[in-house]
Design a binder for this molecule. Structure first.
Ligand SMILES: [Zn+2]
Length: 167
């Protein structure tokens, strides 16, 4: 591995651990020439090779980070941890890599993520779905929001609101 600081190809691995459910190996390396340390991430080639086919027919390499970033955006200020989001991506990837080996439609990824996210946070789900499932018309989004509102899971802050109304 070429050192990012001095360019020498002479290093030793000082620490090695897997993350993201074993899909990625993170290695801490030390350059033997300049002694500086840096980190490398290794993932199986299959994961990198997968191509996402978008609705307009354009293609781009599958990027786990992109999905994760989209989830984080949808969960802004929601009580959802990065750990839960990683779990969602892990579970979705399992399905994606099981069913597709070269190309996967972006809609399939969006659907998988949506279903998993809906189980964790309804608000984040509606936000995510409005972007990734690209609702064909506004009515569909409103219906989706209504379904969420009517769902029995009412947060404590909402209960308080109802109580005040009753006074
Ligand atoms: Zn170096």
């Amino acid at each position: 591995m070429q050192c990012p600081y001095c360019g020498q190809d002479n290093d030793k691995v000082v620490d090695s651990r897997s993350s993201e459910g074993g899909r990625v190996v993170r290695r801490r390396r030390q350059c033997l020439a300049c002694e500086r340390r840096y980190t490398t991430y290794e993932r199986p080639e299959e994961a990198v090779r997968l191509t996402v086919v978008k609705k307009d027919g354009s293609r781009e390499p599958y990027q786990r980070e992109k999905i994760f970033a989209g989830l984080q955006k949808a969960c802004f200020k929601r009580p959802v941890t990065d750990e839960q989001l990683r779990g969602i991506v892990d579970a979705a990837e399992e399905e994606i890599f099981r069913k597709f080996d070269k190309e996967v439609p972006s809609s399939f990824i969006g659907d998988e993520i949506s279903v998993l996210l809906a189980e964790i946070d309804k608000i984040a789900y509606v936000r995510f779905a409005s972007v990734y499932r690209q609702f064909t018309d506004v009515g569909e989004l409103i219906q989706e929001a209504r379904d969420v509102k009517d769902a029995p899971s009412v947060g404590p802050e909402q209960k308080d609101l109802f109580a005040q109304d009753g006074k």
